[in-house]
Ligand binder design. Sequence first.
Ligand code: FEO
Length: 405
Amino acid sequence: MAMPTKTVEIVPGIIWVGAEDWQRRLFDSLIPLPYGTSYNAYLVVGREKAALIDTVSADFEEELLTKIAGTLEPERLDYVVMNHAEPDHAGAIPQVMAAAPNARLVVTRKGAEMAETFYHVPEARRLVVKDGDTIDLGGKTLRFIEAPWLHWPETMFTFAVEDRVLFPGDFFGSHIASDSLFDDEVGDILLPEAKRYYAEIMMPFTRMVAAGLDKAIAVEAKTIAPSHGPVYRNPGRIIDAYERWARGPLAKKALVVYVSMWGSTQRLAQAITGAISAEGVEAVPYDLTVADISHVARDLVDASCIVVGSPTVLGGPHPQMAYALTLVKALRPRGKLAAYFGSYGWGGGAASQVKGVLEPAGFEIVEALEIKGPPGERELESAAHLGRDVARRVKESLGSGKGKA
Ligand code: FEO
């Protein structure tokens, strides 16, 4: 297949020169990519100077350099802006810096360390900027906005002042490869995918997300051009979504996330799910043996409660549940109500270990139910009771404001 050469002019003098990675199916060896992803890089060409904003994953450096050359020879680049040091955007920095011998790499102070560690960019070729610093390209001014922990400590936004284009790096991104660049061209998958991306990349840093959101809103961008997925020429769409996900009220929703070996824990899960739903609270069951864990993560963005169910296996929770709990803890969802249920054959132990993970992570355990063997009528009624208690606590938490942003 011939190497793609398509570029897209977002506004006069600002050109998308990134790469679509249609085949990639896993990100960070963790996140499923059903729609692939993209590595967006942007060329900003002023009257006197030119800058490249971010690069691409190292496998795509030749494509990037070819696309840049469609507008200007790479050796004419004066600046390469590194909004983020993760290799999906910065992996091609060594090749670009070699092709552009006069260019300096624009980085935050923390980014400078990372540029040296990851990409061996010498100090003489680095230009450290701080919040509010600008570079004049001749009729196009780039302003740098420090926005740490979105999603590494060195991250920053770049703002093209005259054109009001914001380049926020990972922030506002989504893992979608598409032949269409703009938000209104990719159809209904956009916001669900942006939410899934938010859950996995941004949710662990809710406080920094709020700060970044304020900074993004303050510049009143006409266009938001993130490092993954579509460019928003309707920026209100993604700003409003981030407002909801980061600071909006939680939903009247509980997840029932479980794994079962011989059906006992599954029957409890069914009783619990039914009882929660019957009380007017949305109940979303996930069987971890078949569920996409990233969908659990996406639902955690606005769920009020997570109910986890696991049999006891070798004295603890099933390994699938241990993995899910590690992820839940790391993602730090805002909803902090939890409940536990499960079955054991001859000796329990999963319940106390689940509690030992969730409570230190700030979750309040509403109720726990651990039964011996398959559930009978009495145990199923206990499960339904747990479900009703979960529903009541969810409603109370929303009514009282607890659990809201
Ligand atoms: Fe898209 Fe944090 O890299």
